[in-house]
Design a protein around this ligand. Structure first.
Ligand SMILES: *Cc1c(COP(=O)(O)O)cnc(C)c1O
Length: 356
């Protein structure tokens, strides 16, 4: 007889985004642009030179060194993994587990709670205000009740869009008894970053961890590379739970080379921010509620139609957005990723047609 899976896993549903064949894919917040042509060429040549018969550099030293330089921190403060989701998993393998609790504030990124549960960690759930802002009284209540080993913030928050002001992050850090993990998957789109506060923490009580990814702004979702910047002790703890040679040689090269194209990445971010403004203006003239965004997506709620009707209407017009309407606190809501100018035009035209 096959054994049953862990009983606590049976009620988990996994994490899925719809796979539908459409022309305009605006559902997973990737960059609409491929990596710069020169980077592709450089990477191809670098791959040709790799000794693929050998295991890769186990410490990913060159990559971590470049990331440390990029953020002006020490190499001991950088930990890399296969996407930032794996970074989060390493953090929870090291700090979570049975008898321990993490805190999240809904609506927010679903993977924080999901990865916690997969690692056997309890999840304390706080609620944001009706505008999706953090309510510091609620944060105080939740962390006092649950004493979380990790308090998660997502800034800019996926899927609602807003970045937390530095003073809010500082206030949460003052309340949180354990690590404060700030997921900045969309950090380059925002004006604030928790990397600033990390610089001013005293080493002995440093507890801020910032998680970033190459999946969104760096146009490399297919490479699967993410990292954290935090106290060296946290990096060591993550390394202790990481499989040997988990970062393949190709990925290490890709990340290292991509950092040479920071100016190109920033130019793309600027273009997407401009397009975000154009989508927001377009939504402003339609019967939908929207929330301001500091990221490369916008959350919106049709006033006179159900989310499901609009989602299907958009798919019929070959435009895919994310249906968030079943997520906690987001009934009726859809999320659109900022695409190329042409894709955004297609989205706005299709949406207008659906709402007519
Ligand atoms: C997209 C996203 C990630 C990215 O995960 P990867 O594993 O790096 O692709 C992480 N956090 C948030 C909030 C995201 O939206």
């Amino acid at each position: 007889m096959r054994p049953a899976v862990r009983p606590d896993l049976r009620r988990l549903s996994g994490y899925h985004s719809a796979h539908v064949d459409v022309e305009v894919r605006l559902n997973t917040n990737e960059s609409p642009f491929g990596p710069p042509e020169a980077l592709r060429t450089e990477l191809t040549a670098a791959i040709a030179r790799l000794d693929l018969n050998r295991y890769p550099d186990r410490d990913a030293h060159a990559l971590r060194h470049e990331l440390a330089r990029h953020h002006d921190v020490a190499v001991e403060q950088v930990y890399c993994a296969n996407g930032s989701n794996e970074v989060l998993q390493s953090l929870l393998l090291a700090y979570g587990g049975p008898g321990r609790t993490v805190a999240v504030f809904e609506p927010t990124y679903q993977l924080h709670a999901h990865i916690a549960r997969v690692t056997g960690t309890d999840v304390a759930v706080g609620q944001r205000t009706d505008d999706h802002a953090l309510d510091l009284a609620e944060v105080a209540r939740v962390v006092a009740d649950s004493e979380p080993v990790v308090t998660f913030l997502c800034s800019p928050n996926n899927p609602t869009g807003r970045a937390e002001p530095a003073e809010v992050v500082a206030a949460v850090a003052a309340l949180a008894p354990g690590l404060l993990v700030v997921d900045e998957a969309y950090g380059q789109f925002a004006r604030t970053t928790a990397l600033e506060r990390l610089r001013h923490e005293r080493p002995e009580d440093a507890a801020t961890v910032v998680v970033r990814t190459f999946s969104k702004t760096w146009s490399m979702a297919g490479v699967r590379l993410g990292y954290l910047v935090g106290p060296p002790e946290v990096v060591e703890a993550c390394e202790a739970v990481t499989l040997p040679y988990h970062l393949d040689a190709v990925k290490q090269e890709a990340g290292r080379l991509a950092l040479r194209y920071t100016a190109e990445m920033e130019a793309r971010v600027a273009l997407l921010v401009e397009e975000r403004g154009r989508i927001a203006a377009g939504l402003g003239s339609l019967p939908v509620d929207t929330w301001p965004s500091d990221a490369n997506f916008i959350l919106f709620r049709p006033r006179e139609r159900t989310a499901s009707a609009v989602w299907h209407g958009l798919v019929e017009r070959s435009v895919l957005v994310r249906d968030c309407s079943t997520w906690p606190g987001l009934s009726g809501c859809l999320r659109v990723t900022v695409g190329t100018p042409e894709e955004n035009d297609r989205f706005l035209e299709a949406l207008e047609a659906c709402l007519r």
